[in-house]
Design a binder for this molecule. Structure first.
Ligand code: BV8
Ligand code: ZN
Length: 254
C-alpha cells in the first residue's frame, strides 16, 4: 500500500461532510495527456497567455488563435477522462450536496459522467460567430492560411471560452461562491490558483469555515492560505482518497 499523502482528518471531514465543493484546473487533465498552461512543458511555454487567450490577440491574428484552439480541441477529443475525473464522479455519489466547479474547457468532467459542472471558463466544444452569435457545431478542419468564418454572415468563429479581460458567464461565480461558502469541505485540484476570480472559490470557502485541501504535484499560490496541501498526481491520489472516505463511511467511524 503506497504511503497515504493526505491526513486522516481530511478523510474524516469528507466522510462526515454533507456539502462538498470542488474546484479543478488543468492539472486534473494532465494524466489524460492534455498539457497544462503553466507547467514547464505547458501550453504557455511557447506563447504567452496575452498572445493568445484574449480578444485583441484573436482579432489581430485570428488564424493563429483559431489554429491553437483547433489543435487543443483535437487533443481534448482524443483524450479520455482519467481516474481522477472518475473519482470525482464517485465522490459525488456518496456526498449529499456535491458541486464541481472547473476552470477547464476540455469537457472531460462531463465526459466522465459528472453532472451540472460549473464551467467557469467555458468549453472549447462550443464555438460561435462573433458577429451574429450563430453557434457552430462541428468545426471543419481549417485549411492552412485560412480563417474559420460563419456561413451565415462570414464573421469570424471563436471558441466559447472566457478570455483574459472577459467576464465569466453570467451568474456562474455567484453560484460557485455560494456553494463554496456553504461547503463543509472544499477541494482545489490541479490548479496553480493564479487566475481570478476562479481562485476565490477555495479562499472564500476557507473564510466561511470550510476545511480546504488542495491536491497538486507541487504547492500552489494558495497553499499557505488553506488547511492542507496533498502532494501527488490527482489521477493517483483521488481514487485512493475516495476509497478511504467510502471505507470510513462504511465503518461509521465518523
Ligand atoms: C475577469 C481561457 C474581469 C480558456 C483562461 C482579480 C479579479 C478578477 C480578475 C483578475 C484579478 N486579477 C487579475 C485579473 C485578470 C485575469 C487574471 O486572473 N490574470 C492572472 C493571470 C493574473 N482574470 C481575468 O481576466 C478573468 N476575467 O475577471 O474579468 C472583468 C471585470 C470587469 C470587466 C471585465 C472583466 C478571466 C480569466 C479566465 C482566463 N481564461 N483560459 C482557455 O484557453 O483555456 S485562464 C487559464 O488559466 C485556463 O482557463 C486555466 O483554467 C486557468 C488556470 O490555470 P490552471 O487550470 O490552474 O492551470 P495551470 O497550468 O496554471 O496549473 C496547473 C496546475 O496543475 C499546476 O499547479 C500543476 O502543479 C498542477 N498539476 C500538474 N499535473 C498535475 C497537477 N496537479 C495534480 N495532478 C497532476 N497530475
Ligand atoms: Zn455570423
Amino acid at each position: 500500500m503506497t504511503a497515504q499523502p493526505y491526513t486522516d482528518e481530511l478523510v474524516d471531514r469528507l466522510a462526515r461532510a454533507n456539502r462538498v465543493c470542488v474546484l479543478t484546473g488543468a492539472g486534473i487533465s494532465a494524466e489524460s495527456g492534455i498539457a497544462t498552461f503553466r507547467d514547464p512543458d505547458g501550453l504557455w511555454a511557447k506563447f504567452k497567455p496575452q498572445e493568445l487567450a484574449n480578444v485583441k490577440a484573436f482579432l489581430s491574428n485570428p488564424e493563429l488563435v483559431q489554429g491553437w484552439y483547433q489543435a487543443r480541441r483535437n487533443v481534448a477529443l482524443e483524450a479520455q477522462p482519467n481516474a481522477g475525473h472518475m473519482a470525482l464522479v464517485d465522490l459525488a455519489s456518496i456526498v449529499s450536496d456535491f458541486t464541481l466547479v472547473t476552470q477547464n474547457v476540455d469537457n472531460l468532467h462531463t465526459r466522465a459522467g459528472s453532472k451540472n459542472v460549473l464551467e467557469l471558463h467555458g468549453n472549447i466544444a462550443r464555438n460561435y460567430c462573433i458577429d451574429c452569435n450563430q453557434e457552430v457545431e462541428d468545426i471543419a478542419p481549417i485549411p492552412d492560411g485560412e480563417t474559420l468564418r460563419c456561413t451565415a454572415c462570414n464573421g469570424l468563429i471563436r471558441p466559447d471560452v472566457v478570455w483574459f479581460g472577459e467576464m465569466l458567464p453570467d451568474g456562474i461565480m455567484d453560484k460557485a461562491l455560494t456553494k463554496a461558502k456553504q461547503a463543509d469541505v472544499v477541494l482545489s485540484i490541479g490548479t496553480s490558483a493564479v487566475v481570478y476570480p476562479a481562485a476565490y472559490v477555495p479562499l472564500v470557502g476557507r473564510e466561511h469555515g470550510a476545511y480546504v485541501a488542495e491536491i497538486n504535484i507541487e504547492a500552489s499560490d494558495i497553499a499557505s492560505m488553506i488547511n492542507e496541501s496533498v502532494l501527488g498526481p490527482s489521477g493517483k491520489v483521488l481514487p485512493q482518497l475516495v476509497e478511504a472516505v467510502r471505507t470510513r463511511k462504511r465503518s461509521g467511524k465518523q
